[in-house]
Design a protein around this ligand. Structure first.
Ligand code: SF4
Length: 395
């Protein structure tokens, strides 16, 4: 893939995981629930000859239904959930000193593994919040299953993602929070990850003509995402989304218009910085992609040269829109193609009514009915994780 040269995760052997998902779809005992990551809707059309960066959300949902998914939910919903937990964690680090600063984002599994291998000393700085997929999985098998009256043991959770490293993430030992909650050992939080390219391959094998697929809507309870959730796919998007919520939590005031187009953290520069006045405090943030850039930023933090509160790290160029499971850059357009996908997600955010994670009604209902509040005991158990020092792997 495009990030094969930087991606520390070997998952080549699992490239055809969609075949296992197809088997699950054919098994009448199984209930297949597919959750879709933000970036896929900005690139899937390219596999079928549509214009680069076409926004194909409805058709993507329709395709998954046509392929036999019982429910199609939105990982953008879980991106909002990640923001709720991660912004709350940041605030508690800043105001209560509950952990070291800067806080690093945790939603890119290739970055997390890179840190575990090369910079184990900064693991306490990485947000303990699981990634959106890491939160979507256990929440489906508990809250969603309960509300819908589905036996969680029948659920096959599938994440459709731009990312090959997610195949490793869902198989991490600790990703079994739902099983622990339910007292059922065999239950994994997320059962399969398939990439954008795999979904297209599967559709072609079934002879489905994407252009004539009837657009459909996400199923409800966990199918609604805010504008903050959709921009997760872009480098800088997680930062912008988190600041919209953190700002309002800290100041109890409406986030300024600047936070709806945070230009300094948008675009394809490998390292971007911004300083933002939040109440009477200046919050310094950085947004980075690519492991080479990350090394430089970590060194500048360790040497004391830089003083950040929050750092977003993605491995792939441009963030997840440039992920290793995305459609190939057939015409070698590089950043030109990435910019088109990036624009597709920002355009979507711009036209949405709800653009802040903490105003997503499905998220509010989830906390009211299940998790209580961000960082609650149950939220910590289900939505947060631990990291391991893997430096010994270096030998
Ligand atoms: Fe996966 Fe996104 Fe990280 Fe790339 S940047 S490895 S697509 S999570």
């Amino acid at each position: 893939g495009q990030c094969a040269n930087v991606c520390p995760v070997e998952s080549i052997t699992e490239v055809f995981e969609y075949r296992q998902v197809r088997e699950a779809v054919q098994d009448k005992e199984k209930i297949v629930i597919v959750s879709t990551s933000p970036s896929v809707r900005a690139s899937l059309g390219e596999e079928f000859g549509m214009e680069d960066g076409s926004f194909v959300e409805g058709r993507m949902v329709g395709l998954l239904k046509a392929l036999g998914a019982d429910y199609v939910l939105d990982t953008n919903f879980a991106a909002d959930l990640t923001i709720m937990e991660e912004a709350s964690e940041l605030i508690s680090r800043i105001t209560e000193g509950s952990g070291p600063l800067p806080q690093f984002t945790s939603c890119c599994p290739a970055w997390v593994k890179f840190a575990e291998t090369y910079y184990p000393e900064i693991l306490p700085n990485i947000s303990t919040a699981k990634s959106p997929i890491g939160m979507q999985g256990p929440t489906i098998k508990t809250y969603f299953a309960q509300k819908m009256g589905i036996d969680p043991e029948r659920i096959v959770n599938v994440a459709l993602t731009p990312c090959t490293a997610k195949k490793f993430e869902i198989r991490r030992d600790e990703m079994k929070a739902a099983g622990e909650y339910l007292g059922k050992e065999g239950i994994r939080d997320m059962d399969h990850v398939i990439t954008t390219r795999e979904a297209a391959m599967w559709a072609r094998e079934e002879g489905i003509d994407f252009a004539s697929v009837q657009p459909a809507e996400f199923d409800r309870l966990m199918g609604q995402g805010s504008g903050a959730g959709v921009i997760f796919g872009n480098t800088g998007g997680v930062m912008e989304a988190a600041l919209r919520t953190a700002y309002e939590y800290i100041t109890k005031e409406e986030a300024p218009s600047q936070l709806y187009e945070l230009t300094p953290v948008r675009g394809m520069d490998g390292v971007k910085e911004a300083s933002l006045l939040v109440g009477d405090m200046t919050v310094n943030v950085a947004v980075v992609y690519g492991t080479g850039n990350v090394r430089r930023v970590i060194e500048s933090v360790k040497s004391g040269e830089k003083n950040y509160h929050f750092i977003e790290v993605m491995t792939c160029p441009g963030g997840c829109i440039g992920g290793g499971g995305q459609p190939k850059d057939k015409n070698f357009q590089g950043d030109v193609l990435r910019y088109k996908r990036i624009a597709s997600l920002y355009n979507r955010d711009r036209t949405m009514k709800v653009r802040k994670s903490h105003e997503n009604e499905e998220i509010l209902a989830l906390y009211k009915e299940f998790y209580g509040k961000p960082l609650s005991g149950l939220a910590e158990k289900m939505l947060h994780t631990v990291y391991q020092d893997r430096s010994a792997d270096l030998g």
